[in-house]
Design a binder for this molecule. Structure first.
Ligand code: ZN
Length: 244
């Protein structure tokens, strides 16, 4: 018989684990207490932490080994082939997983794609060139549709280009407000059936005073008025129906 140091019960010796380092050859606490001690939440957390650290260490070793191997073109080709095979067999799973990862790590994804773009400028633009060549009809159709649905953005961008040519856009101009004004012109055109333009109250290249391309110098007026005005006072303005 032996007294357990933990629960202090006197129990038969086969209820204790054998320990060679103990004088009497048995552990100081009984099997049950030993078990309880190891299954406490703290003990479990300790064990898990150790396991995680070990795992991290192992994967670092494994990854650095792989990076080394990857430098060998044969190995690289083989790994790529394996990956392609895995992807083909687990496409849905892989896509799901990478979607989830992207959602959980938006910054990382941005960083990565920035880095990728920087490191692969030539191959990316080459790929884009080839894609454009092969799909120009499709792309142009898509652009046409987008433009027809976003006339105000197109007009705003045309005006922006003209203004930057004249260096008339101050850094504090509110681009969003400017785009809204172009949207308003488009809405008024649709609602009234009368073409409306966005007009620079002070023309960008006036004879006496030059205005700036910003939200305070823009007004929505009927196109006829704008054209009349442009003949008289606004020599810079375009006579097309898109934007002034
Ligand atoms: Zn005990």
């Amino acid at each position: 018989m032996k007294k357990c140091n933990k629960c202090l019960q006197v129990e038969s010796k086969d209820l204790f684990y054998k320990r060679k380092d103990q004088k009497d050859g048995f552990a100081t606490i009984c099997k049950q207490c030993d078990k309880d001690q190891h299954s406490s939440p703290e003990a479990r957390e300790r064990k898990n932490k150790a396991r995680r650290e070990k795992h991290k260490e192992n994967s670092e070793v494994r990854n650095s080994k792989r990076r080394e191997q990857y430098k060998n073109p044969d190995v690289k080709a083989k790994i790529k082939e394996e990956h392609a095979k895995y992807y083909a067999n687990n496409k849905d799973h892989v896509i799901q997983k990478s979607k989830k990862y992207a959602e959980n790590n938006p910054d990382k994804r941005k960083q990565y794609s920035k880095k990728h773009k920087n490191n692969n400028r030539e191959s990316i633009s080459e790929r884009q060139r080839i894609y454009h060549q092969a799909n120009s009809a499709k792309i142009n159709a898509r652009i046409r549709i987008w433009k027809s649905e976003n006339i105000h953005l197109v007009n705003a961008s045309h005006a922006q280009r003209r203004a930057s040519k004249l260096q008339a856009t101050p850094s504090w101009a509110n681009q969003l407000a400017i785009k809204e004004i172009y949207k308003l012109a488009e809405l008024k055109t649709k609602e009234t059936g009368i073409p409306h333009h966005v007009d620079h109250y002070y023309p960008l290249r006036g004879k006496l005073v030059s205005g700036l391309h910003n939200e305070f110098n823009l007004q929505v007026i009927p196109a006829s008025e704008n054209l009349r005005k442009s003949n008289k006072y606004h020599p810079d303005q375009d006579t097309n129906t898109k934007a002034a």
